[in-house]
Write a protein that binds this ligand. Structure first.
Ligand code: S3P
Length: 175
């Protein structure tokens, strides 16, 4: 556990469709840890779904809410923390994650291919950045972000073909 006080034991990062939320739940069950999710924190604070925040207020407003939610969760939460897929693009969040790793925390990059992410993200309208052509947009996001996911993470797990419980077990075994 990071010696600096409260803070998550594990932070999960990765693109939409990597299974961050479901793996976080599985880790919570397996390791007896509380689970928190920055997308849910942002929606609760804003009082509306992420898709509505994008439409009503725009992406920069969403990113500002997200930055604050990540900072608070990193400071307060003790357990598993799943970040929204784009949270790691923020410079302040990158610095917080670097400090968290320096203090002994683990940041896990859940890696996934388009073929395995697409069925999870392609069939609903809840992700504003993937409207239009979800497959092409997902791949463009992943190509641009992969270097960032790799840079912020201390562990990478390829999730293709694995159930959430199996991913949780892989992470647990590598801690
Ligand atoms: C986003 C991912 C979403 C959500 C928002 C933006 C992104 O979270 O935060 O729609 O930029 O990749 P998930 O990764 O949980 O889908």
């Amino acid at each position: 556990h990071p010696p600096t006080g409260p803070g998550p034991l594990l932070v999960l990062v990765g693109p939409p469709g990597a299974g961050k939320s479901t793996v976080a739940s599985a880790l919570g069950v397996r390791c007896g840890l509380a689970v928190r999710d920055t997308d849910s924190d942002v929606e609760r604070r804003a009082g509306k779904p992420i898709s509505a925040i994008f439409v009503d207020d725009g992406e920069p407003a969403f990113r500002a809410l997200e930055r604050a939610a990540v900072a608070d969760a990193l400071a307060e939460h003790d357990g598993v923390l799943a970040l929204g897929g784009g949270a790691v693009l923020d410079a302040t969040t990158q610095e917080l994650l670097a400090g968290y790793r320096d203090a002994g925390g683990t940041v896990v990059f859940l890696d996934v291919s388009l073929a395995h992410a697409a069925p999870r993200v392609g069939f609903n309208q809840s992700r504003p950045l993937l409207l239009g052509n979800p497959r092409a947009q997902w791949q463009a996001l992943m190509d641009a972000r992969r270097p960032v996911y790799e840079a912020v993470a201390s562990m990478r797990v390829s999730t293709d073909g694995l159930r959430p419980a199996a991913v949780a077990e892989l992470i647990h075994d590598q801690l």
